[in-house]
Design a protein around this ligand. Structure first.
Ligand code: NAD
Length: 376
């Protein structure tokens, strides 16, 4: 698949203009573009501008709402429930995190639930908002879409989406530690890429419709002949992704579902809560605290620096691949992609189609993104 390469400022402008054309305020369009292009810059293309077509479909079906302000039905000062009102995740999560960070400055520690957000994208972005303010943050996130796709450990049918778990730790005098990953063995987007390229996925990532291990990505897209989807099992006849680390990843995904959604008053990923269209919703439970209020500021920074140096002093198994800390790969990607973002041909075509769909509905659009791209 030929990649295109788009200058970062032009891609950002295009993304801002897409959301403006769809009716977003200037602020919302800027938040969306910074987040989505930011995910590409961080190396997470699965959550970058390639999501714009999905968001456009959801918007045109009235699943995604623009210009929503969060509601705050529970507010005890340090405990907050924010309702995203199905608003653009890049905006409502920003609003909820801004409020939670402000409260963490006042109270030292905050528990915040964000429910009913449209897709909040790369969760690490929200941890980075916290670490930039000097706060530690821990995020448990569930997701809901028309179909679940990740099987519980020992299960042969899917019951989750890819529920991410994220932790941000500010590093005094250094770049933050950022743990930010899906609890599925590989991302759904990576299965699609393998299917399109007709290549196998790594072992241990997939099972077929009978629950048998497979490396064939087609099990996620080609329904077994003669099997019909039902309300209870929309994925009948399809395979499923496995969680990371067997029972441990399953347990993490379950905790994300229970804290992210059930606890916050959001919806868990069961048939009665699933949208029937392109909408993708997230619920997130976030714990935030100010490490300076724990009285260990000196030792925290020193101990962390010494410990990370000790960890990274281990002999690498491959000298060409040094030991990294979580957050390093994203920073390396940002340096590499600062000027231009690579985007695959299929995604560019989908983004062009999304722009045309916005022009059809609203009478304006930024035009095709392919016009900005040079084949690599
Ligand atoms: P991934 O497998 O690329 O793992 C990323 C994490 O691993 C990062 O913390 C990174 O710094 C760390 N890492 C990578 N290589 C490392 C190394 N050599 N040493 C130390 N740490 C290393 O991520 P993923 O599971 O594919 O998830 C990608 C993104 O998708 C995340 O940002 C996640 O938030 C997002 N996501 C969002 C949703 C949603 O519903 N909104 C769902 C799933 C995933």
């Amino acid at each position: 698949m030929a990649d295109f390469s788009i200058p970062t400022p032009a891609l950002t402008r295009w993304t801002v203009d897409m959301f403006l054309a769809a009716g977003s305020s200037d602020e919302e369009a800027r938040l969306a573009a910074d987040h989505l292009v930011g995910a590409n810059l961080a190396g997470h293309d699965s959550h970058g501008v390639g999501m714009v077509p999905r968001y456009v479909n959801s918007l045109l079906e009235d699943g995604l709402k623009l210009n929503r302000r969060i509601e705050v039905p529970v507010d005890t000062g340090s405990m907050l429930i924010c309702d995203g009102m199905r608003g653009l995740g890049q905006s409502v999560a920003h609003q909820a995190m801004t409020l939670a960070i402000e409260r963490t400055r006042q109270h030292g520690v905050v528990a915040m639930g964000l429910r009913n957000a449209h897709h909040i994208g790369r969760v690490g972005h929200w941890a980075e908002q916290a670490t930039a303010a000097g706060m530690v943050s821990v995020h448990f996130v569930n997701a809901i879409a028309f179909q679940v796709m990740v099987a519980p450990h020992r299960g042969a049918q899917p019951r989750f989406l890819t529920n991410p778990f994220t932790v941000g730790i500010p590093r005094p005098g250094g770049e933050p530690i950022l743990l930010d990953f899906a609890t599925s063995a590989i991302a759904q987007g990576k299965v699609r890429v393998a299917y399109n390229k007709k290549v196998e996925v790594p072992a241990g990532a997939l099972i077929d419709a009978d629950g048998r291990p497979t490396r064939d990505p087609a099990v996620m897209f080609e329904r077994r002949a003669g099997v019909q989807p039902t309300f209870e099992e929309p994925g009948a006849g399809l395979g499923a992704l496995l969680t990371i680390a067997e029972h441990k990843g399953y347990a993490m995904a379950l905790v994300c579902e229970l804290l992210g959604a059930a606890l916050t008053g959001g919806e868990t990923a069961q048939p009665r809560n699933m949208p029937t269209n392109h909408a993708i919703w997230n619920n997130m439970f976030t714990l935030l605290f100010d490490p300076a209020r724990l009285g260990s500021t000196d030792t925290f920074g020193r101990e962390m620096a010494d410990y990370l140096a000790w960890v990274q002093s281990a002999r690498p198994t491959d000298p060409a691949k040094p030991i990294l800390v979580p957050g390093d790969p994203e920073r390396a990607s940002r340096r590499e992609r600062a000027a231009r973002v690579p985007i695959d041909e299929t995604t560019v075509a989908q983004m062009d189609a999304a722009s045309a769909a916005i022009a059809d509905r609203y009478g304006r659009s930024p035009g095709p993104v392919s016009a900005l791209a040079a084949p690599r």
